[in-house]
Design a protein around this ligand. Structure first.
Ligand code: PMP
Length: 352
């Protein structure tokens, strides 16, 4: 049935490496891929990463259990702290929701899908040029990608007037993708003064900032300084989205470590936003939701499963399993024969 499928074109960036690998020349040089290399051109693993790996290997308490849908809570907390600052008012006011995602790409995609589902404007403005994956990620997420002027080939610098003109004429409420620092592919960033003007313009037109931070630490050498534009937008109390990648600044290209944060208007909104982010993530790459370690931790004759009355009713109707509507089960009713049936029923109830 797939015999008629056409050959897809090579990815423009990864395709450079494919061509490089095929070249037998001893003087070949690969300047395509954005990854640290040693003087010998070999992959480089940062010392701090090697140390962390050793600590993990030597820690016998580590396990491979499922994480919650939103990922590792401690990682999310530290990720938000790294970009917004330890003293960020938004963090202190519990207005920040952070979910672990599959590197920068996954964070952008989850953010894009969330906006397509829950935000009234579906147009996202991306700079020209930008990282080649941006238009594809957002289009597939259900948004419409338009461009704003960014680079001026004549000066090989920022086309600030063009940028201001284009954002000024964007419809109210449009989403704007901003590279937090070390713009890819140009290496041209606005100055702090220009960022301040961009911020004022965007807030005056209710344009929603979607920051992409793939290079925190690369622009100035200081993590805090590179986060300054983002923190200016957080300091004004407004909302924004933030996609973080640790592929480049930690050299963790293949491990797909990243996070999406949404800075909300209030703690109450943040709770609801998080609940909706879970619904975006779950059918994309998640598994049976929730942490079930309480089943082992709880003592006595009963387990308070956390299943709600609707799930309890579903399990009774579909699986003929009977328990009180508050989700309490008597452990004494379980045996090796009926346990798999119960597990199937719980799985069906919580993923329904
Ligand atoms: N955004 C930009 C601007 C990038 O350059 C990159 C890395 N090429 C990413 C996001 C995310 O990459 P990854 O999914 O590998 O974290």
């Amino acid at each position: 049935v797939f015999a008629g499928i056409a050959q897809a074109p090579e990815d423009p960036i990864l395709g450079v490496t494919v061509a490089f690998n095929k070249d037998p020349s001893p003087v070949k040089v690969n300047l395509g891929v954005g990854a640290y290399r040693t003087e010998e051109g070999k992959p480089l693993v940062l010392n701090v990463v090697r140390c962390a790996e050793q600590m993990l290997i030597n820690d016998p308490s580590r396990y491979k259990e499922y994480l919650p849908i939103t990922g590792l809570a401690e990682f999310n907390k530290l990720s938000a702290k790294l970009i917004f600052g330890a003293d960020s008012p938004a963090i202190q006011e519990n207005r920040v929701v952070t979910v672990q995602c599959l590197s920068g790409t996954g964070s952008l995609r989850v953010g894009g899908e969330f906006l397509a589902k829950h935000y009234h404007e579906h147009t996202i403005y991306i700079p020209t040029p930008t990282w080649g994956n941006h238009p594809k990620i957002f289009t597939l997420a259900g948004l419409t990608a338009r461009t704003y002027r960014y680079y001026d080939p004549a000066t090989r610098g920022l086309d600030f007037n063009g940028l201001v003109e284009d954002l000024s004429s964007a419809p109210l409420g449009s989403i704007v993708l901003l590279h937090a620092c070390a713009h890819n592919p140009t290496g041209v960033d606005p100055t702090v003064d220009q960022w301040e003007k961009i911020r004022q313009l965007m807030r005056s037109k209710s344009l929603l900032p979607f920051f992409d931070s793939a290079y925190q630490g690369f622009a100035s050498g200081s993590l805090d300084k590179d986060a300054q534009p983002v923190r200016m937008f957080v300091a004004d109390g407004g909302e924004l989205l933030m996609a973080q990648s640790y592929a480049k600044n930690m050299g963790l290209y293949g491990e797909r470590v990243g996070a999406l944060s949404i800075v909300c208007g209030s703690a109450d909104v943040a709770v609801r936003v998080e609940s909706q982010l879970k619904l975006v993530i779950r059918p994309m790459y998640s598994r049976t939701p929730g942490d079930w370690s309480h089943i082992i931790k709880q003592i006595g004759m009963f387990t308070f499963t956390g299943l709600n009355s609707e799930q309890v009713a579903f399990m009774r109707q579909e699986y003929h399993i009977y328990m009180t509507s508050d989700g309490r089960i008597s452990m004494a009713g379980l045996n090796m024969k009926n346990l798999p049936h119960l597990a199937d029923a719980i799985h069906a109830a919580v993923t329904k």
